[in-house]
Design a protein around this ligand. Structure first.
Ligand code: GMT
Length: 378
């Protein structure tokens, strides 16, 4: 099949999922075309089957806001015609599903029927999409997609609750490519990061308020009072500076490493003992799954889709959002018992295998086949 993929090309989970999906589809013999405003961060290898088409939005002083959806829908029309793309898979409803629908309509005028698959990722529904400013357009584009998927059962339920949905939503969970998570790394440089006696705790995110970065610092503060420990903070965003300031105020600056954005999360996860994800909301929690794939247990909140990934008492322990004391207690419970830590590490890895890319990508292939059949029968 010739498949177009539209996504955000950034470090965010939806961009990572879209990119890894495209790469796997190309390995399975499909021709994949990424259409976005920058080369996706995890798209390092361009091959015969993988193409990247950049959407340009020229600056024009008349426009207070540059019309990205317009440029994207025009680019989609051009690329579908030029490369004979058969199905378009858009990740993140805003504005991708809307631009895709416009492209579909323009192509229809020229006798081309292009099926659209929309994958909902979370913030496009729970934080941004349900805002009254966007709600009508988001509802419309979800209902007009030929197939809609959500990355968790929880996100499906949120979507049905927040919007007037007339379309069917299929749950297709996010996945892990174990080729990237082979570990243990030969270059796993634990010694450079911490003393043998210290436990290593890690958090990876875009440091947005929804990640509750302050909770992470406070949980770590409680942990390091009881046992020798280091905290690895990976990523960048608006909450990074306040977090650095808080570490200074609490007198734990020397025990916390802020890495910024990193392409080497596996190298960091390979020496981690515990992963923290106390988010306010999380449709899935891809970062937790990536940690589990490296054999790192997860202390998290029990919100949204997280419990579908981090299994209570198996791969980690879950608490109510904001319950820093309970999360600290849970972290210490696992970290201070050598055998328990070993069991949780093994369980985390075992649970992550349920999300193997080779189990999940065929589900998307089946969806592409069914929308192609649906559209060609019209
Ligand atoms: O978490 C973020 O802020 C980034 C966001 C995104 O749009 O990339 O992540 C969302 O999609 C990920 C991939 O499906 C999920 O793993 C994250 O849970 C989800 N984030 C939220 O729901 C807050």
């Amino acid at each position: 099949m010739k498949i177009g993929i539209v996504c955000y090309p950034t470090f965010g989970g939806s961009g990572v999922v879209a990119t890894e999906l495209g790469l796997e589809l190309s390995k399975r013999g499909h021709e994949v075309h990424f259409i976005t405003y920058n080369q996706p961060v995890r798209l390092e290898l361009l091959s015969n089957n993988v193409h990247y088409h950049e959407v340009n939005v020229p600056e024009y002083p008349l426009f207070h806001y540059q019309p990205y959806e317009l440029a994207l829908s025009s680019k989609l029309v051009d690329m579908v015609k030029l490369h004979k793309i058969e199905v378009l898979h858009v990740h993140y409803a805003i504005p991708h599903a809307y631009a895709a629908y416009m492209a579909k309509k323009m192509l229809h005028e020229e006798g081309i029927d292009l099926p659209i698959v929309t994958t909902l990722h979370g913030t496009d529904i729970t934080l941004v999409g349900s805002h009254p400013f966007y709600k009508s357009a988001v509802t419309f584009s979800i209902n007009k997609s030929d197939a809609v998927t959500s990355v968790s059962q929880s996100l499906k339920e949120d979507t049905l609750r927040l919007f007037d949905i007339t379309n069917t939503i299929q749950v297709v969970p996010n996945f892990i490519d174990f080729e990237h998570h082979k570990g243990p790394f030969t270059d796993c440089q634990r010694d450079m990061m911490a003393d043998k006696s210290e436990k290593i705790i890690t958090h990876i995110s875009n440091f947005r308020p929804v990640k509750r970065i302050e909770d992470i610092i406070n949980i770590f503060y409680n942990i390091q009072k009881e046992i020798p420990a280091k905290l690895m903070m990976v990523g960048d965003g608006p909450e990074k500076e306040p977090a650095e300031q808080l570490c200074k105020e609490l007198g734990i600056k020397d025990k916390v490493v802020f890495f910024g954005k990193s392409h080497e999360i596996d190298q960091i996860l390979c020496f981690s003992d515990l992963f923290l994800l106390p988010s306010e909301t999380e449709s899935f929690g891809l970062a937790a799954l990536e940690a589990m794939a490296c054999g790192v247990p997860v202390i998290s909140s029990n919100t949204g889709g997280i419990p579908e990934v981090n299994k209570q008492g198996v791969s980690g322990l879950l608490s109510n959002v904001g319950d820093v004391e309970d999360m600290s207690k849970n972290a210490l419970h696992i970290l201070t018992n050598k055998d328990l830590l070993k069991t949780f590490k093994a369980n985390a890895k075992a649970e992550s295998l349920k999300f193997d890319i080779h189990k999940i990508v065929p589900l998307y292939e089946d969806i592409y086949k069914s929308v192609l059949t649906k559209v060609s029968a019209l």
